[in-house]
Structures are given as C-alpha cells and as structure tokens.
Design a protein around this ligand. Structure first.
Ligand code: ADP
Ligand code: MG
Length: 238
C-alpha cells in the first residue's frame, strides 16, 4: 500500500502548460520530497496526485489501480494542511475526529483512532483543549492527527511548516521524520527549502518549470547533480 505511479501526467491552465507530460514512481513507504523554486508546479503536482486538480492528460495509479478519475476522498490519501486550517471553536478531539465524522464512522472506532493518533503525537493530555490554547507545534500536530486517523496509504504535505518560526520548523521536521519512521507510510512532502529536502527525504524530486530535473537520494544529488540547475539549487542554501 502506498505506491503511486504517474504516467505521462500533465496539467494546463487554459493555454498555459504548467506541467508537461511527466513520469514518476513513488515507492511504498518512501519519504519523497518535491523541491523547486516558487511557481515551478510543486503544489499543482501534489494536487493532481490528491485529485484536487483534474489532469489534462496521462494516468495516475495508486496501489496498482487506475486512480486518474477517482475523486479525492476515495483515493486513500490524506493531505496535511497548515495548522491554521483547524476549527478554532472545536476541541482538539473534535478537530482530529472531523474527517471520520464526515465519513459517518462508528463512534467507538472514531474514539479508538483519535486516541491512537493522539498517543503517537503526544497530544493525549490536550484532547479537550481548543486550538487557541495550544502552542504552534501542538497545533501543527493536531493538523497531522487529522490525517493520521484516516489511516491513509500516503500522506501529502504542501509546505506545512512555512508559517512557523525557524526554531519550531526545525522541531516539526523532526516530528514528521519520526512519524514516518513509526508509521512507515508513504509521504510526499512539498517544499521550496533545500535544507528541508536534504534532511528529510529518502528521495528528492527536483522540479523546474514543471519539468523533473533529477530524481535521487540527497547524497546522489549532492555528489552527482545532473546539471547546473540542480547543482545550484541543492548547493546553495537560502
Ligand atoms: P509551486 O507550488 O511550485 O509554487 P504551483 O503549482 O502553485 O507552484 O504553480 C505552478 C504554476 O501554475 C504557476 O505559474 C501558477 O501561477 C500556475 N497556477 C497554479 N494554479 C493555477 C490556477 N488554478 N489557475 C491558473 N494558473 C495556476
Ligand atoms: Mg506551492
């Protein structure tokens, strides 16, 4: 579970081809980072995988099944949003349980999953609080908890830490890496931050103007960048 294959997937907005036909395979359990400058198509690619955008051409397979026209909620993937997407008037428990409530899941099963996620994320003592009573890091963990309870075959993150201060960002990177180690679930993580990519990824996908410039482990990209763009991008931290 958690293998995602893009086969000549492409995306145009009107006359503008933002992503020319592109192939990519993400293996089960892999932590893959899409990295590239602002506007290069990272979010669009992630949204195509999530089903939040319709592709203009090509196919997406998830766990060997054609998911190209499968609606987002049925793809078995969970997108993690920034913590400001939490409902301020709801408790942590209700925020985390929200997607399961919407899916009309049985209450005992909801409780079991919420408590399991809270335990993994060290939020057990905070389930009755509201987001406003939590630290920034705790709020981001609640946003992640909301994805965990869906037991997805892959987690999709779109720059989840970009509105956090530098110190908290470092801590949250560790939290997410730790979560990946524990769950061993496929994660796709979008960032424009080279340091984040180099420190978190099993596999990095470097994008420029919707085109994959190189795919490889952080060490492969560091030792053998395929071109000047990759060398400059990976070699020059912000
Ligand atoms: P990134 O996440 O790497 O910053 P995006 O995927 O958001 O890049 O955007 C890639 C390109 O597609 C940009 O030129 C952006 O302006 C364009 N784009 C993204 N979404 C839309 C849309 N809904 N309509 C028109 N153009 C879009
Ligand atoms: Mg983006």
């Amino acid at each position: 579970m958690g293998r995602i294959v893009l086969d000549k997937i492409s995306k145009s907005f009107g006359d503008v081809e933002v992503i020319p036909p592109l192939d990519l395979a993400i293996n089960d359990g892999e932590f893959t980072v899409f990295v590239g400058p602002s506007g290069c198509g990272k979010s669009t690619l992630l949204r195509l995988i999530a089903g939040l955008e319709d592709s203009s051409g090509g196919h997406i397979r998830i766990d060997h099944e054609d998911a190209t026209h499968v609606p987002p909620a049925k793809r078995g993937l969970a997108m993690v949003f920034q913590s400001y997407a939490l409902y301020p008037h709801m408790s942590v428990r209700k925020n985390i349980a929200f997607p399961l409530k919407m899916a009309k899941m049985d209450k005992a099963e909801i409780d079991r999953r919420v408590e399991g996620a809270a335990s993994v994320l060290n939020l057990t003592d905070y389930l009755d609080r509201r987001p406003g009573q939590l630290s920034g890091g705790q709020r981001q963990r609640v946003a992640i908890g909301r994805a965990i309870v869906r037991e997805p075959s892959a987690f999709l993150f779109d720059e989840p830490l970009s509105n956090l201060d530098a110190a908290l960002r470092v801590g949250m990177r560790l939290e997410i890496s730790e979560l990946h180690k524990r769950l061993k679930t496929t994660m796709i993580y979008v960032t424009h931050d080279q340091v984040e990519a180099m420190t978190m990824a099993d596999k990095i996908v470097v994008l420029q103007a919707g085109v994959i410039e190189q795919v490889g482990s952080p060490l492969e990209l560091y030792r053998a960048p395929r071109n000047v763009f990759v060398a400059g991008f990976i070699g020059s931290p912000k």
